[in-house]
Design a protein around this ligand. Structure first.
Ligand code: SAH
Length: 351
């Protein structure tokens, strides 16, 4: 009989019911797994031996194996390259901020179908949607590591591999696991879903998750340039995108995080700063500039990172329109590649 993940609450509750085990045992198992970070069912002291044996027989704790793990020399960033049972590579990145805002960037798909030109996941195409347990296990692994450091995980961002809106139902369940008081117990606004802008799903998200934070990979203020680097813009142009985002802010009164990757000579002409300012003026917006992270074997030959002083000029221009922005720190330089790059690099090495 095939075993199922300990994170699968419904199946686990069914298993207990079938075996006439009182329902309160579920709470004890949940407490051991999510609060005490117990990794072996035999170590769950609060439940009887026959139940521990049953869990061993019918459930698994972890399906992902660690293919590669690296921590930056300043200790702030740890990258994980996981391998799934079906031999696909997925990544997560843990960022330890000095303020204690420990943030984990997770993957929701192996590969990605969206084909943004600057992104290293591009060439992989979509390999598969991750099931719930593969998403939760990324979080469990990092949360356990932080617990060992006497720290806590504070934020989760869906900014690793994949497009979360295309694995919507699983993402929905995952957010439940992250925010449930008896599980990871994060507040909803500390979970951020980042999307390239798939309008119908943004609308559904607005209705389902008015408390959860939303980030939009905008990367250009007009369709001409956005289309060159993000094919999704052919289907959902900026106008339609902004209409759906206005509905989100009207309904939630929450600001949206706009990601803007800075690629030299592509989307960093200073007139675009003006356009961006005009687009976001008066909207609940926070812009996050991401210096383009070059990766080997780029599909986008010739892309390079915008110099810092240009990014700062962009910032000052936005200020004139009352739009607040930050420049993302590249904390991971010395461990090579950003969160969407490790799997690719590994694949290249294997060739
Ligand atoms: N599909 C989702 C989430 C994954 S991408 C989305 O599009 O938002 C997470 C973020 O990393 C996006 O803002 C993406 O545009 C950015 N990104 C991808 N490749 C990058 C690179 N080479 N350098 C810098 N940022 C990159």
């Amino acid at each position: 009989m095939e075993r199922f993940s300990i994170h699968n609450e419904i199946e686990l509750k069914e298993l207990l019911a079938e075996n006439k085990i009182p329902a309160f045992r579920y709470g004890q198992i949940e407490n051991a797994i999510y609060k005490n970070f117990v990794t072996k069912f035999q170590d769950i002291q609060t439940i009887p031996k026959d139940l521990r044996d049953l869990l061993d027989e019918r459930c698994f704790y972890q399906s992902l194996s660690i293919d590669h793990e690296a921590t930056s020399s300043n200790g702030q960033t740890t990258k994980f390259l996981f391998e799934t049972q079906d031999k696909l590579l997925i990544e997560a990145v843990l960022m330890r901020h000095l303020s204690g805002r420990n943030t984990l960037c997770i993957s929701c798909q192996a590969g990605c179908p969206m084909a943004c030109t600057f992104c290293a996941t591009w060439k992989l195409g979509l390999q598969k949607n991750l099931p719930l347990y593969e998403i939760v296990e990324q979080v469990m692994y990092a949360a356990k590591m932080l617990n060992w450091e006497w720290e806590r995980l504070r934020n989760i961002v869906f900014m690793g591999m994949g497009e979360p809106m295309l694995n919507y139902d699983v993402m929905k369940e995952a957010i439940h696991v992250f925010t449930a008081q008896k599980k990871f117990d994060l507040s909803n606004r500390r979970v951020t879903v980042s999307t390239c802008g798939i309008v119908p799903w943004i609308e559904k998200f607005t209705d389902d998750f008015p408390q959860t934070s939303l980030a939009i990979s905008l990367h250009a203020p007009n369709d001409d340039i956005r289309r060159e680097i993000m094919p999704v813009d052919h289907t959902y142009d900026i106008n339609r995108l902004m209409t759906s985002l206005d509905r989100y802010t009207d309904k939630t009164n929450k600001k949206i995080f706009y990601e803007y990757i800075m690629i030299n000579w592509v989307n960093d002409h200073l007139k675009l700063a003006d356009e961006l300012g005009k687009l976001l003026q008066g909207r609940l917006a926070h812009v996050n500039f991401i210096p383009y992270n070059p990766w080997e074997g780029t599909s986008s030959d010739g892309y390079s990172t915008t110099p810092r002083f240009i990014i700062e000029k962009f910032q000052r221009t936005l200020e004139k329109y009352g739009v607040v922005s930050t420049i993302r720190a590249t904390m991971w330089d010395d461990i090579d590649a950003a969160c969407w790059q490790l799997a690719r690099k590994k694949k290249e090495e294997e060739k």
